[in-house]
Design a protein around this ligand. Sequence first.
Ligand code: SF4
Length: 565
Amino acid sequence: MSPTAASIHAAWRRAEVGAPLPQTGQRRVCAVYPGRYNVAMANLGYQWLFYALAESGLAVGRLVQPEPEVEAEVARHGLTDIDADHPARATDAWFVSISFENDLATLAGLLRLAGLAPRAADRRAGDPLVIAGGVVPTLNPEPVSDLADVCLLGEGAAALAPFLARFLTVESANREDFLRGLADLPGAYVGRFYVSHFDDEGKLIAVEPRDGFPERIVAPKEKTVDPSQTRLHLRAPGAAFGDALLVETARGCIGRCRFCAAGHLFLPYRPADAPASLPDLGQTALGLVGSNVSGHPDLDAWIELAGTNRVTLSSIRRGSLRPAQWQRLVDGGLASAALAPEAGSERLRAVCNKPATDDEILAEVRLAADAHLRNFKLYFLVGLPTETSEDLQGIVALVGRCREIAMIGWKAKGRAGKIVVSLNPFVPKPQTPFQWLAFGDPRELERKLKFIKNELRGVANIEVQSESLRSATFQALLSTGDRRAGELARLVDQADGVRPALREWTVDWRTLLAQPRAIADALPWDRVDVGVKRSYLEREFEAALAGRVSPPCDFRRPCRLCGVC
Ligand code: SF4
């Protein structure tokens, strides 16, 4: 018998380990993840969201992208949630967690499948309110505001709690009145009260608030990180990253890499103390999550929590793991680790503010190889500012030297492993020193990617992976786009692909991709204050172009450098 949406939901619920979401609240809402179930259930922010909504007394149904085999059925009968098979349309609100720009097209699709208008301005009085939170709306709420009624800027409970306090006391307010009443709510960006103005050439000249909405919206942050909150509470056997118990160990990063949105958005660096204990791991691994996991000041205490079980680290910063720590990780079953040199030369790494010589990177590979780590993943960005053909050749040469070192470990163990080279087109991100840069010409990027792939083709034990250029182009248009980019997300859903959507989109997207912005230009995210001063970003941008390195953030001695502390 072919599966139905209800039978898939039932199978998921049966297989999950953890407390089911209570369905007894007076008001019903959806916790939405615009992606597949297995990715949703590995997302700590999403897991935190649906339990936080349930704890506030709401009846919460999880809503994810339907599996491909039931999409036709869902299109005919409407989208339902996982927990009660309740129609997603017949709810008071959708709380949407958005981690990746491309998820906006999926969100448009979910709204369509639920029988709702994807465009916020087209929805009617009785439709659920759509409230978006997470990294993407906080960085740049303008494209999101095409689809969502409200963007809640900021982190976790600091962003959600003030909104819920308001939402829970207003039983059946008129939608317009409710939204208008959010003008004084910390962190709330209500898109319909921010109007974009363009010049005759279609260039943004200002985003103006109206009807008493604030000029500047401060994104609230949490003071500390509580790993008892941000960990996997509901464990799904098929989740991405396997069945590891994922726990947030810290927020933010000390590195201040100039391309990195998370590195700036989540400043200051806030390491969490390792808890006294964790739920019984059984046979499963402990997954330590954060932007700078290997640099945690008390990493050993976190690793000890796993006993003899496997420990995975979501990020490894060069120079932060001692040989004994590498050995513990590999002896405990770690089969693969990711390092991110980012660029092929010391010069370009300085531009990015991720300084490292080739020898320093190779020394880290050697530490891992000496501990007999089998597989490596090396991340590189292609299309970085000031990049030359020598930088691309540098990537090829560095990968070759890493392979030579890895082979020492493979030979000692008598079995070969693999080096996965992950190539990702550089996408400028808001709230970073690189926010003024252009994405560039996709054909030029393609040529660069092809060069590296050709050079590494056929080299034993090397596998090259690269993000699709079409997906990166879409991501770039949404990342630093204005309100009009939300229309593109809807078109991608309607036209079922980026290429046909770009053909239909009336905006001159080639110019948007190709032209860097001037420092004085209006930016779509100008109204958002994430704590990092614009003057700091400008100085860092200048330093990047001059190839100057800035020191890491010393979180133990708060300063005034970037404006966050
Ligand atoms: S103000 Fe100083 S200590 Fe605080 S986040 Fe910025 S660089 Fe780090």
